[in-house]
Design a protein around this ligand. Structure first.
Ligand code: UDP
Ligand code: MG
Length: 202
């Protein structure tokens, strides 16, 4: 039987929690193995944590980790990775810019690959954000000699062993595919959809 952990970093996403939980549960409704959804509340100051607790009361597959202060997306993801018990780990944004329905497709590819990275081919962000990302991705690849197209896309799937022992800090989630590749694992990039933020602020 296969086990899957979905890790979701969450910072002040109160308007998004309801639809996020619903669509993530829908996405895994046909999953054959065990599954857990780990929400890491990154010190939210709005109703996010209360809403997550409500969701958890309704579904035992939901787990919550919580920081007292805002520590940043990398720290939130690293905490989720440490808690994850699944053989496979998928990550996704809380604002529904990624589509939870795409998780099973990426996870399925872990039969052949160690890491599957989403690439936002039709990215729905401002011109400035897309431009900055292009420069940053280009620079990172130039330094590391890699060819990762879109490190900023949170929608990814990993065999959990790839994540073990990695020390992640400040913004380093963007280097994950390259770091994992350097350890000899097989990384593939696949197009995924991208949407406007459902609500709240980036
Ligand atoms: N996030 C987080 N801590 C932060 C900032 C963001 O956990 O300090 C979460 C956020 O709730 C979302 C994901 O990380 O689930 C991506 O953040 P955001 O949508 O702001 O980034 P963008 O999509 O604009 O790159
Ligand atoms: Mg976003």
């Amino acid at each position: 039987m296969q086990s899957l952990s979905i890790v979701i970093p969450v910072y002040n996403e109160q308007e998004n929690i309801g639809p996020l939980v619903q669509r993530t549960l829908e996405a895994i409704s046909r999953w054959q193995g065990t599954v857990e959804i780990i929400f890491v509340d990154d010190g939210s100051s709005d109703q996010t944590l209360d809403l997550l607790k409500e969701a958890q009361a309704n579904d035992a597959r939901i787990r919550i980790a919580h920081f007292q202060e805002n520590m940043g997306q990398t720290a939130a993801m690293a905490a989720g990775f440490r808690l994850a018990r699944g053989e496979m780990v998928a990550t996704i944004d809380a604002d529904l810019q990624n589509d939870p329905a795409e998780i099973p497709r990426l996870v399925e590819m872990l039969k052949e690959w160690d890491v599957v990275c989403g690439v936002r081919t039709q990215r729905k962000d401002t011109w400035w954000r897309r431009f900055s990302s292009r420069v940053a991705n280009g620079f990172r690849n130039w330094v590391t000699g890699d060819n990762i197209i879109d490190t900023g896309c949170t929608l990814k799937a990993y065999r959990r062993e790839c994540l073990e022992g990695l020390e992640l800090y400040n913004g380093m989630h963007r280097f994950l595919p390259t770091l994992i590749k350097m350890r000899g694992y097989r990384v593939i990039q696949v197009p995924v959809s991208h949407h406007q933020r459902l609500a709240g602020r980036t």
